[in-house]
Ligand binder design. Structure first.
Ligand SMILES: [Zn+2]
Length: 53
């Protein structure tokens, strides 16, 4: 059972959470579902892009 820390989506199937992203932020474990991982990645890329300007 995993819960997305971003959208709050709950996934009872452990196998389905293999595509999820886990990250540690300031000592706290964060879990993001596949959808939010993609959104997160896009946001990070967007932030990276803006630093180039
Ligand atoms: Zn999510």
């Amino acid at each position: 059972m995993a819960t997305c820390d971003f959208c709050g989506r709950e996934e009872p199937d452990e196998a389905a959470t293999l595509t999820w992203t886990t990250a540690t932020e300031r000592g706290r474990r964060r879990v993001y579902c596949d959808t939010c991982s993609r959104e997160h990645l896009r946001a990070m890329e967007g932030k990276l892009d803006s630093e180039w300007w």
